[in-house]
Design a protein around this ligand. Structure first.
Ligand SMILES: Nc1ncnc2c1ncn2[C@@H]1O[C@H](COP(=O)(O)OP(=O)(O)OP(=O)(O)O)[C@@H](O)[C@H]1O
Length: 229
């Protein structure tokens, strides 16, 4: 545990755009954001910070196909995702999008290994033993999910998402349950995955130091994304 983050390759101007958000506006009881635009390129990681209630999770839900915005569009592979047929959208969400939220959605009553096997069945990929070692969960595979600590469950859910080999990772406070050192290992693992697999990542976090390890950092404030890095 505890190497330095490998995240210094610059993103070239001609890198492929993975996800494009155009003019997003959304509100619940109050307006959260207005006319937000964002591009996510291959190998790029983008962090979104902002005070509690500013709408970060809502924005991530919209990016990640879970919530249709009031106005605006999200393009993935040149298609507007909210105009796709339900089945097509589900397919993208299942195969290409890796959604890591604090609630883990692990199958309780099954072992850690069973949970990973499900991801291999869905994706046709193998379980990556090195990944499990990096995340320090290789020794808990036989245990039931309910027997794992909160942090182990969180890392298992991250391993399960990465086993799918998603094109884009959407992560909402993925290190919320973890101590600083383990959080650092998890972030390194996510950054390495993004660089090694020509993927992209959008991360919502309260931790400024974790945000600054991303290629770009935006603060959601006054209905806009202000570019901090
Ligand atoms: N499904 C929903 N229905 C109604 N209101 C919602 C819904 N989801 C979020 N909100 C409201 O939208 C506002 C922004 O919530 P959101 O979770 O996006 O903020 P956040 O910046 O991620 O906050 P935090 O940092 O505390 O997680 C809050 O006032 C919340 O109550």
């Amino acid at each position: 545990m505890g190497e330095t983050v490998i995240n210094n390759e610059p993103i070239t101007a001609d890198a492929k755009i993975l996800l494009e958000a155009k003019n997003l506006t959304h509100e619940f009881d109050y307006k959260l954001f207005e006319n937000i635009n964002l591009d996510l390129k291959q190998k790029e990681s983008i962090a979104i910070i902002g005070i509690s209630g500013s709408g970060k999770s809502t924005l991530l839900n919209i990016f990640s196909s879970l919530l249709k915005p009031k106005y605006g569009e999200i393009f993935y592979n040149n298609k507007e995702i909210y105009k796709l047929k339900k089945r097509e959208l589900l397919n993208i969400r299942r195969k290409d999008f890796g959604i890591i939220f604090q609630a883990h959605y692990l199958f309780r009553g099954f072992s850690a290994n069973d949970n990973l096997e499900i991801a291999t069945l869905l994706s046709g990929n193998e379980i990556d033993k090195d990944l499990l070692k990096r995340l320090n969960i290789d020794f808990v595979l036989k245990q039931g999910v309910g027997e794992l600590s909160g942090g182990q469950q969180q890392r298992l859910s991250i391993a399960r998402v990465l086993t799918k080999k998603p094109k884009i990772i959407f992560a909402d406070e993925p290190t919320g349950n973890l101590d600083k050192q383990t959080a650092q290992v998890v972030m390194q693992t996510l950054h390495k995955y993004v660089k090694d697999n020509d993927a992209g990542m959008i991360l919502v976090t309260h931790e400024d130091d974790l945000a600054m390890q991303c290629d770009k950092v935006y603060k959601l404030e006054n209905l806009q994304l202000e570019e901090l890095k």
